[in-house]
Design a protein around this ligand. Structure first.
Ligand code: ADP
Length: 239
């Protein structure tokens, strides 16, 4: 089954900017999928349309067969998003941040409590559970956002630049967390500017340019060609 099926998806913002133009994309269940492209290519617009933050102006998007517009409740329950910006209450603790997210998904108090215990261990946050978000390092903040995205046990996890601003050591730790989640069966879609990260983690890669998929394939297809992923990326994105 496809975790994600995007057909002829378009988004034109008010004012006339065509951010995405008839984009087609399929992500298989269990994949670790890398979405690459220069700034302004349409990655965030696509991600935000999958999670219901942005309304498509054309085409259709389905998450595990659920339409993100007409079946938005079912679709949203299947997706977790770790956003690029640190959009958590800076005075809240990791426990509060996770608890609020559970409330958003309508989880009972007991279920929230149990789930938080699991996530604190899974993301090594137990020692930091009572610290204010603003006091945490960049790497820890990323871990909190990742745990928050996993609060509703989504089958599809979307990560927008998950290691931006994270130092090398913590980045490796985060990679391990992501690989573990993927091994447990979570389908992951990742955007990143670090080609090394995409190369290490992703099984399938798509390069988006000007609101369309310019090239997509198995990771190994990109590395068969001289210059590998970097050459393909530069070739597509040069203007
Ligand atoms: P990426 O995530 O690949 O950098 P975006 O999806 O953010 O790309 O942007 C694609 C295009 O849509 C850009 O030209 C951007 O300026 C425009 N855009 C993004 N968000 C909005 C918005 N809320 N209103 C108007 N234009 C937008």
């Amino acid at each position: 089954m496809n975790a994600l099926t995007i057909k002829n998806f378009s988004k034109e913002y008010r004012g006339g900017t065509k951010a995405v133009d008839e984009l087609n994309l399929e992500v298989k269940e269990g994949d670790f999928f890398g979405l690459l492209g220069p700034n302004g290519a349409g990655k965030s617009t696509t991600i935000h349309s999958i999670t219901g933050i942005v309304n498509p102006t054309g085409g259709s998007i389905e998450v595990f067969g659920k339409n993100v517009v007409s079946e938005y409740r079912e679709a949203r329950a299947l997706v977790g998003l770790s956003p690029q910006e640190f959009n958590a209450d800076i005075f809240a603790t990791p426990v509060q941040i996770l608890d609020w997210m559970g409330g958003y998904y309508g989880m009972s108090k007991k279920d929230r409590k149990e789930r938080i215990e699991v996530l604190l261990d899974q993301f090594n946050l137990r020692d930091h559970k009572k610290k204010m978000f603003r006091m945490l390092s960049g790497g820890l903040k990323r871990r909190v956002l990742l745990a928050r995205a996993m609060m509703n046990s989504p089958k599809l996890l979307i990560l927008d630049e998950p290691t931006a601003g994270v130092d090398v050591e913590l980045r490796r730790e985060l990679w391990q967390h992501l690989q573990d989640l993927n091994k447990e069966g979570v389908t992951i879609i990742l955007t990143s500017h670090y080609l090394e990260e995409v190369e290490k983690l992703c099984k399938t890669i798509a390069i988006i340019s000007d609101g369309k998929v310019a090239k997509q394939g198995d990771k190994h297809d990109f590395f068969k060609e001289p210059g590998g992923l970097e050459s393909a990326y530069l070739e597509i994105t040069k203007k």
